[in-house]
Design a protein around this ligand. Structure first.
Ligand SMILES: *Cc1c(COP(=O)(O)O)cnc(C)c1O
Length: 314
């Protein structure tokens, strides 16, 4: 897998410059330690997932590209595949639950993809996407169990650890766990002394609870933080996280909002909730991080209207 991540980096160098990574004195002061912020919010489509989408489509055969892709998502995964479809000229269909805000469908359609809003839940959307794949021959892309996506998003951790091999810990927000799994694989190879620590919302703890239980579990999915919202663990990332992840923290949606405000005021950074969750994890557990060199991944900046409205205070 590390070879796939290195190959993805080579390939992505033609499409994406490395993202910046900076520290900020007021963030350090709040955290009581030295914190580097990796700015994946500066990617096209505003999130790290674009690394996965581009890697996946770059590796598809001409025949596969001809048939197109179909996936289910409400957010950044959808935008990533839509953007990659635009770059490689591949037809992309994204199935979203019927209640998804129009703005999210528009963001996908703006890249030339087709958005289908149908059903009551992400599970309904997944079912429809599977049916569409069977009927049309389009390739079905699971947001959580696709090795090419894992290889692509792993490149962010190569960038971080090659720039700063002295890091003690990297803190990663988790939805499906793909990003955190990639971080573990890269750290094991490039900086084995660096601990990878995952963070999820306590309102949607399926990945956390799956990791603690050592088996895939389903949990209520009540977080308002879009990138972290999942009701089940995914087998591919959980299999990687099982032995390699150093720790897994839960934070509340309120703590995540607090971290968003700190990034806005102290790091001139617009983070969506998921993009601030790693920092929320660091702020929530100073005893784990004090005196250690820590990087947090600001995974995305697509703050929704509710997140924008609470930037000025709770
Ligand atoms: C998808 C997403 C996450 C979670 O990543 P996984 O690889 O699904 O665990 C975190 N932050 C943002 C901004 C995302 O879009």
């Amino acid at each position: 897998m590390i070879d796939d991540i290195r190959a993805a980096r080579e390939l992505l160098s033609r499409h994406l410059p490395p993202t910046p990574m900076w520290s900020y004195p007021l963030v350090d002061r709040a955290a009581g330690t030295s914190v580097l912020v990796k700015h994946e919010n500066t990617q096209p489509v505003g999130a790290f997932k674009v690394r996965g989408g581009l890697t996946l489509l770059a590796g598809m055969s001409a025949a596969e590209r001809e048939r197109g892709t179909v996936t289910w998502s409400t957010g950044n995964h959808a935008q990533s595949l839509a953007y990659a479809g635009h770059v490689f000229g591949v037809k992309c269909t994204v199935v979203m639950p019927g209640g998804t805000p129009a703005g999210k469908a528009e963001a996908v359609e703006a890249w030339g993809a087709r958005a289908v809003r149908i059903g009551d839940s992400l599970e309904d959307a997944e079912r429809y996407a599977r049916q569409h794949a069977e009927e049309t021959g389009a390739r079905l892309i699971s947001p959580g169990d696709t090795p090419e996506l894992l290889a692509g998003v792993g490149t962010v951790y190569l960038e971080i650890l090659e720039a700063r091999p002295d890091l003690d810990a990297i803190v990663v927000p988790v939805g499906s766990g793909t990003g955190a799994a990639a971080a573990c694989l890269v750290a094991a190879e490039v900086a084995p002394h660096c601990a990878v620590i995952a963070v999820q919302s306590s309102a949607s703890p399926a990945a956390h609870d799956s990791w603690r239980a050592g088996e895939i579990v389903e949990r209520p999915n009540r977080t308002a933080v879009a990138g972290l919202a999942t009701g089940r663990g995914f087998a591919l990332p959980q299999g990687v996280l099982r032995d390699r992840l150093a720790d897994f923290l839960l934070v509340s949606d309120g703590q995540i909002a607090e971290a968003r405000r700190l990034l806005a005021t102290a790091a001139h950074t617009l983070a969506e909730g998921a993009g601030a969750a790693a920092l929320a994890g660091v702020l929530s557990r100073p005893e784990l991080f004090t005196g250690r060199r820590v990087a947090v991944v600001c995974t995305g900046g697509n703050a929704d209207p509710a997140e924008l409205a609470t930037l000025s205070g709770p």
